[in-house]
Design a protein around this ligand. Sequence first.
Ligand code: GLC
Length: 733
Amino acid sequence: MRTLGLALSLAFMLATVACGGNSTNPTPSSPLPPPSTATPDVRADYLVSQMTLAEKVQLVHGGAALDWTQHTLPRGGAGWIPGIPRLGIPDLYFSDGSVGVGNSVGPATALPSSVASAASWDLNEAAKYGQVIGAESRAYGINVNLGGNVNLAGREPRGGRNFETKGEDPILAGKITAAHLKAIQGQFVIAGIKHFGFNDQETGRTTANALIDERSGRESDLLAFEIGVKDSGVQSVMCSYNLVNGTYACENQYLLNTVLKGDWAFPGFVMSDWDATHSTVNAAQAGLDQEQPENIYFGSNLLQAVQTGQVPQTRIDDMVHRILRAMFAVGIFDHPATVQPIDAVTDAAIAQETEEQGAVLLKNSGSLPLDKTAIASIAVIGSHADVGVLSGGGSAQVNPVGGPALTEGRPCPPCWAQVMWDPSSPLQAIQAKVPLASVTFNDGSNASAAAALAASSNVAIVFVSQWESEAMDLPSLNFTDVIHPTPINQDALVNAVAAANPHTVVVLENGGANVLPWLANVNAVLEAWYPGQRGGDAIANILFGDVNPSGKLPITFPASVNDLPRPVLATPPNSTTPFNVDYTTDAANVGYKWYDTKGLTPLFPFGFGLSYTTFAITNPQLTANLSANSLGFQVSFSLQNTGARAGSEVAQVYLGLPASTGEPKRLVGWQKVPLSAGQQQSVTVNVVAADSSHPLSYWDVNAHAWLAAPGTYTVYLGNSSRNLTTAGTFQLP
Ligand code: GLC
């Protein structure tokens, strides 16, 4: 094999010489192409040394102005960069997104929203989620996935993209995202993490100026990215539309060079969000490596800037090195994709598993699980539950396998995203569970008609839905029908049905947190998120107890919009003038940390979720490891399923830092444990100070580093951020 390699290299050299190398960068005569066993850096360096300046510029900008209506890109998707056949550099094909293969690339598995993946608290399940995105991207010949939205949903619970995130906590979001991204790259597809950084609201996203201090930024939004980058080896980062402390993210020296490429030693490349580039020289010098999707700043303008020395040759060489290195590291050179059918059956099963593991039982006063043997009539009401389940809008939108069950126009805002219902009917799945029962659908457009049906049924199941999308935020935390010309008042619908039947069950199809004004009037509530390609089946399995729900909230449900750090959404004065969004209000205290700091009681706390069985966490034992090179602690405890049916519990470990740090307790570890009825198991959660999540540290603005404060550390253990006991304390000198 070695001889063949040498012969090929020699042939390659001769070919290069025959082509006359290039005019602006004379081709060094000596080096042979390194063998494929060489490191990605060595292989990338070789190609950079062979490239002309024009070829380098070709790789650092998108290859086609997008015509969204025509989707004229070679393989669909959101972006494309032609390769350089002379050097064996393949094309790059970019497609969204965080919840499956998007952008109308082709029919793909509509996974449940990624916030459902986070709600599973199961990193193995999350890896399967990423596997679906990676495998289906590759099947379509897409080799860059624009997913990994890890913005913190807790900053703005009305955020239109919360469905694409992994919730409010940086450690849970970072670890879940890392599991997705690692699995995607395992399919020889470059994964991405976005939107770097602080893109935490959609309103005015291209001119919003996020204000945040150094320590708070490091301990919140940036920590989610740090974990995602360090734990996954992700090779691309997408900088965001907004400004951060007065400078656009895609030309923000602090974000791109100091933090990402400096402190975190990120070896991959930074691409802009689509049309989020604002300059040539500034952006290049600040660390942007690739303009997407066109060549407004990094095309001829960049070539000229390099030729005139405004941008050093070393900078464009570094840009190209990072891109090529990513392609080598992920295997795009060595494992070129061949377009083939997706494995829709396997992937749909994973979509169903994610929904079954991620749905959260919020309330159950006894109506659930439904008893197949005793039920004769069921009313199924609202949210097109007869044909499908809701999905989120925008660039993350997946065209489901089998085509959408229903599309409903383009609400304005955002005016361009379509409402799409995935073809998985809860009605049909429920009917299949009880073939002899009468299961009747009512569309919920008339509350009294729905109530009449409920009154004549053993149980009433109301599907309440909230569509959200990129480029918009929700008008409130209430369920607000932004789809229909004559909006359905879903809160009134639920109240009417609940008044007619004490066994009213509400299923939520939403992207994040909502207030539930009718909560006291209903018997049970199941949070199903955007349920995905097999959502109907998963929901029916849970409602009838064939699956015991085990999800835990990755985002706090506030009691009121008035409890938010910014009750009134900051809005832009116009479409061009930057406006401030002041994140120094909640600072690092995003989500549950905010409600803890303010002494506010949420409707449902972070980490909360019920089961059809019960669990007991007893006998916590804390062991601290105080030696410098293994600093951390272990908490061991007994976990028992004290109920009559199998189920899984998520035991959560929180840490209180010394009072001198002024910090509320934080999630530092967890374990999801399946147990059969009555089974007891000893569980140990390990927390290591050196973990990418810096669990024991605060960010010190003088040292510009993570430090562990001296003093007393308190370890909490429980099954929700608001249901904890003290497992013990330890001292750091
Ligand atoms: C969009 C989104 C980004 C997406 C990109 C390509 O504006 O902000 O998440 O990946 O453009 O569709």
